[in-house]
Design a protein around this ligand. Structure first.
Ligand code: AMP
Ligand code: GLY
Length: 437
């Protein structure tokens, strides 16, 4: 069948490789895709705007597309799944991605917090405030211990969470968000949350709305600087699996979080066919000393750059999995996972995530052996040269029997790629390796 994948990043490149490798895939269209997806066998990039639903419809009908996989959150939150379900001629297209109501798990942090409270899913204690209740918000802040966590309710391009050490600063930022529109409409409501101390990890669930598979665990590295310092980025690398997410921990994740989440969606009457990305904090239990999982956030999609280390480990035919998701019988098919470790190192433009230049000539990709290179922010010049075209440019993923070897391979290969100003963190995965000693 013909498949359309929406998105243009490293996540979509990694997904495209897996989707196209399925015998069930005849042609794969990626909208808009990138120079990396253009090189995937069976694959063609198409200049479509995922938020222009009528154009997506025309393309799907003209090209006999029977399955659509949605990479990023924006089209989901805008309701592309509902549009397909309600539009004659599109109803039978197998859309992998939740409807607008399901995507609210990501689109509104207040909604997600209510959902977790309703379904007894462990998360940090919180209250939600608006401009009208700002004084109560300040009082609530003063009842908490630092650091203080403030979250814009809506989508704020990954920047809507502030963590502050000082009460005055926290109160000032609460005003900035609620009264002065720091994040525009996204901060018309602000969630003030207790700080959770622990180690973060990402767990991904593929669900048909009733049954589910838990995909391999992963950890991403969000800060620009080594040792998790400096500004937040879109992600500087990822590893999978996360060693402390062992069978005992994952059983807690499944029983306390995944099952009530899937059941809760079903109970709330939400059609959810797609990925649930659960951002977790593993917190040491003061009594038992064991790690307990708490939800930090939900997303309605796969993570980036986690996909670049998780998808290469999926051995199952993902298109077959998606067909079962659509049919609602995911329990009939298993998930086959590569036991090897995956390490992904993101190569970014100098200056990112602040001001950086684009248009630098990229060399050396052809010298990379035995590792995968996924494109994120690249473009082709008129004369066919590969140029940087974003902050996060390329990522190198390697698979190996052990995490240290996977990391070593990725770093060896990352050194072969060059452009003026290339930067990457040298410590991806090191925190986990230290915990293992
Ligand atoms: P989010 O956009 O909700 O993922 O938050 C961004 C980052 O803020 C997370 O990846 C965590 O590192 C941090 N964070 C969010 N909520 C909390 C919390 N309650 N306690 C500690 N850290 C948090
Ligand atoms: N890696 C975090 C995200 O995709 O939101």
């Amino acid at each position: 069948m013909n498949i359309l994948l929406l998105g243009s990043g490293g996540r979509e490149h990694a997904m495209a490789v897996k989707i196209a490798s399925s015998d069930r895939c005849t042609r794969l269209f990626v909208a808009p895709g990138n120079p990396g997806t253009a090189l995937v066998p069976k694959c063609a990039n198409v200049g479509l705007d995922a938020l222009d639903f009528p154009s997506v419809k025309d393309f799907v009908l003209k090209n006999d597309v029977q399955m659509m996989v949605v990479g990023p959150e924006a089209p989901l939150v805008a309701g592309i799944t509902d549009f397909f379900a309600e539009t004659p001629g599109l109803k039978n297209v197998k859309v992998i991605g939740p409807n607008r109501a399901g995507a609210q798990l990501e689109g509104s942090k207040d909604y997600a917090k209510d959902f977790m409270a309703r379904h007894a899913i462990p998360t940090a204690g919180h209250r939600t405030f608006t401009a009208e209740t700002i004084e109560a918000g300040k009082r609530y802040l003063s009842s908490l211990r630092p650091p203080y966590v403030l979250k814009a309710d809506g989508l704020a391009a990954g920047k809507g969470v502030l963590i502050l050490d000082n009460l005055k600063q926290a109160c000032d930022e609460l005003s900035n968000m609620l009264v002065h529109g720091k994040f525009g409409d996204a901060s018309a409501k602000v969630i003030v949350e207790e700080f959770l101390s622990g180690v973060e990890l990402s767990v991904f669930v593929l669900t048909d709305g009733k049954h589910y598979h838990i995909l391999p665990s992963a950890k991403d590295y969000k800060r620009i600087g080594e040792g998790d310092t400096g500004l937040n980025t879109g992600g500087m690398g990822s590893v999978s699996p996360v060693h402390f997410a062992d069978a005992a921990f994952m059983q807690k994740v499944e029983e306390r979080i995944v099952q009530p989440t899937v059941k809760g969606l079903l109970h709330d009457g939400i059609r959810y066919k797609g990925f649930i990305f659960v951002g977790l904090m593993a917190v040491a239990n003061e009594q038992t000393g064991e790690l307990d999982p708490y939800v930090i956030e939900y997303n309605a999609r796969m993570g980036d750059p986690e996909t670049e280390s998780v998808f290469p480990r999926i051995k199952s035919d993902v298109v077959e999995l998606f067909e079962h998701v659509w049919q609602g019988n995911l329990q009939q098919i298993g998930l086959d996972v590569d036991t090897r470790s995956a390490a992904c190192v993101m190569l970014v433009a100098g200056g990112y995530p602040e001001k950086y230049e684009k248009g630098k000539v990229i060399g050396g990709i052809g010298d990379v052996e035995d590792s995968m290179v996924f494109h994120a922010g690249t473009t082709l010049s008129n004369d066919g040269r590969l140029l940087t075209n974003g902050g996060r440019v390329l990522c190198v993923t390697s698979l190996a029997q052990s995490m240290p070897v996977a990391l070593l391979k990725s770093y060896q290969e990352a050194d072969k790629i060059n452009w003026d100003g290339k930067y990457f963190r040298h410590d991806i995965g090191q925190d986990l390796l230290k915990m293992m000693i």
